[in-house]
Design a protein around this ligand. Structure first.
Ligand code: ADP
Ligand code: ZN
Length: 436
């Protein structure tokens, strides 16, 4: 299925964005007292907002603003118009509650089903949704997307991994949607029970909700014989299906007729030109329940400056390598979990289960330790051979040091000792604060 809005001539797309932007700006200004106050505080006069180019005059909205107005202080419609809630999966502090009007659910499922179509799915596909159902947007988001496209949807949610595999094989599932971490867990379980992927009809994996590297993607594709696709989204903006990659596999197309992207320098807050790396900012062009103008995602990426060979006119962002708050500063050097993942998988594609522990040594200097879990077969070999174990450890520590430029401690841990995740995976444990 070809989605016409993906290929809209660029001048038409800009017209649509312009019209929708002026409308959403007026609605938010009229209906959200908090936003009116924010504009006043920033000395912005709504009369000076005449077209999308004026967006640069407007202040940014941050996650903390949504927290401070918890639970419904930024809703733009009365409760009778709200038909669903979701909340962000953030584990610290109050959740961020989003309210969806009927129009919002329609626009969301339109975009998420456009993502599925872009990945190559059709009504003939059987889609297993192994994202969690509930306040998290993953489960219900992909569920609505699949039904809208006409797929047969299997709503397994997360958990009971053995049964997931059995149903996948027996019902002829052709596509599975879940976090990359949960798919690793599924692979792990499949290896343990001797599951034969060739007995399935699986052809696509649809993964997102957390950063995952190209190396991780290759590992999952090589293991199962399917094609992995990247889906991007965030609760504040709607949920999964804000963008996704196309078969050219060179960045994620944003459904720009609904979400207007900008890249800013997170320090100066100045807009950056296409091609430059910075923080992704979104304006929801037609949201009704809780529209957001210039919302700072904290996701770090760039807008790709060139046109995608697939012919879509909607622009692409590079895959999200990290969030600004994922950055670890170790002895003055910036380190991202995705760098560690790429390096480990380049050493051995099986080293997908790892953890990063930050601490301070006796003199107060930061230390970074990577705990790596080899496969059971690798572990058995290493366990009986101290020299081999030491060489393996040194190889990991050496590669990390060579690429990142600081000393790492590498520790080999027993199979299954690193907890597996059914949703997003927590890989970094920072114990430095406890010692200050
Ligand atoms: P929370 O902020 O609590 O994790 P969400 O579940 O809404 O709430 O997660 C949205 C975030 O997940 C995005 O801002 C981004 O950091 C991350 N994310 C979503 N999709 C992807 C993806 N395809 N690649 C990398 N990161 C992603
Ligand atoms: Zn494309």
């Amino acid at each position: 299925m070809i989605s016409a809005p993906d290929f809209m001539p660029e001048h038409m797309l800009r017209d649509v964005q312009n019209r929708k932007f002026l409308d959403v700006f007026r609605r938010v200004y009229a209906n959200v007292p908090w936003y009116r106050e924010l504009l006043e505080k920033n000395n912005v006069n709504p009369d000076s907002v005449k077209s999308l180019t004026d967006i640069v005059k407007l202040p940014f909205v941050k996650k903390t603003d949504l927290r401070e107005t918890y639970p419904t202080g930024m809703f733009a419609v009365p409760m009778e118009k709200i038909v669903r809630f979701h909340a962000s999966s953030g584990t610290t502090g109050k959740p961020i509650v989003m309210g969806y009007a009927r129009e919002d659910l329609d626009a969301w499922s339109e975009c998420s089903s456009r993502a599925l179509a872009m990945f190559g799915l059709t009504a003939k596909d059987v889609l297993q949704v192994s994202y969690g159902y509930g306040l998290f947007t993953g489960g219900l988001g992909l569920h609505d997307a699949g039904e809208r496209l006409g797929c047969a949807v299997l709503p397994t949610s997360g958990g009971n991994t053995g049964r997931q595999l059995m149903l996948m094989r027996d019902l002829g599932v052709t596509a599975i949607a879940c976090t990359p971490s949960y798919f690793l867990h599924i692979i792990d379980h499949a290896r343990k029970i001797g599951f034969d992927w060739s007995e399935t009809k699986l052809r696509f994996g649809i993964h997102g909700a957390e950063p995952w590297t190209a190396e991780m993607r290759k590992f999952m594709e090589d293991e199962t014989g399917y094609v992995a696709r990247d889906i991007y989204g965030l609760t504040e903006v709607s949920g999964p299906g804000v963008g996704g990659d196309c078969p050219c596999n060179s960045g994620l197309h944003i459904f720009e007729d609904h979400f207007y992207p900008e890249i800013i320098d997170p320090e100066t807050l100045e807009p950056l030109p296409d091609g430059e790396l910075g923080e992704l900012v979104f304006t929801t062009l037609d949201k009704v329940g809780l529209p957001l103008i210039r919302y700072r995602t904290r996701d770090i990426t760039r807008i790709m400056p060139d046109r995608c060979p697939c012919g879509r006119t909607i622009r692409r962002i590079d895959r999200i390598s990290h969030r600004s708050d994922d950055m670890m500063i170790i002895r003055g050097v910036n380190v991202f979990p995705s760098q560690v993942e790429s390096i480990l998988l380049a050493i051995d594609p099986n080293l997908v289960n790892f953890q990063i522990h930050l601490d301070k040594d006796a003199s107060g200097l930061d230390t970074i330790e990577v705990k790596v879990e080899p496969t059971p077969a690798q572990f058995n070999e290493l366990w009986n051979d101290d020299d081999a174990k030491e060489a393996f450890r040194k190889r990991i520590a050496g590669s990390l040091k060579d690429t990142i430029g600081i000393g790492f401690k590498a520790t080999v841990v027993a199979p299954d000792s690193i907890p597996r995740s059914e949703g997003k995976c927590k890989r970094v444990f920072d114990n430095r604060g406890a010692k200050e």
